[in-house]
Design a protein. Sequence first.
Length: 242
Amino acid sequence: MAKLIVPLYSRKAREANPYEDDEFLAAFPQGLRPGGLALTQEALDFCQFPPGAFLLDVGCGPGATIQFLSQAGFRVLGFDKSDKLLELASQKGPVQKASFESLPVADQIADGLFCECVLSLAQDKGQVLGELRRVLKPGGFAIISDLLRKTPEIPLKPANFAPPTCAAGAIDYKSLEKLIINAGFKVSYRQNHEKALRSLAASLVWRYGSLERLAMLWPGDAVGCLGGKNLTYGLIVAQRVA
């Protein structure tokens, strides 16, 4: 694949949502996240949802996971806040516009849900986890994959302006596990996928020619996810406690 040629962006362009960038969406059809659909499949292998199970995709983006789950025989509903991403996702399955702090579905309706590279974007992660628990049936699984800090002592500098980014909102695993337990879950499965993070980082830098040029698309220190030594990527399956 040829490298992308990226112009230098103005501050106004950088304030746009980089996850809606057409070049990014075209370059990463499995979603702009480490591991892609391989991690989605890993979670499915663990959870063993029955055929026809009702699954939610919270922060569905352009709909790669929606399509993947639908083709696997599950009923799926996706949510996102981006009109552009929802338009793309609607071509792959049913979607609704919603924030992950307030999902427009009834209590205890879902057998499972996916929250892939989304939770780190939330300022109040405990609130979001509480909302995820609300919509899950007792014993249901929340599949969370996201950037994590290796140590809490080295904070990442938050972005100076919108939009928020995964790197700026990453926390360490112990802090996340505490939030998960306090929200009424137990951690049933956990895997570190730092290699997937490094692989995506290398692919992005190769496509854009340099880390500096890539940084033109992202605000603040968001590209820290590409070179930050204090970051890793984790897959966590949390089961709702009845």
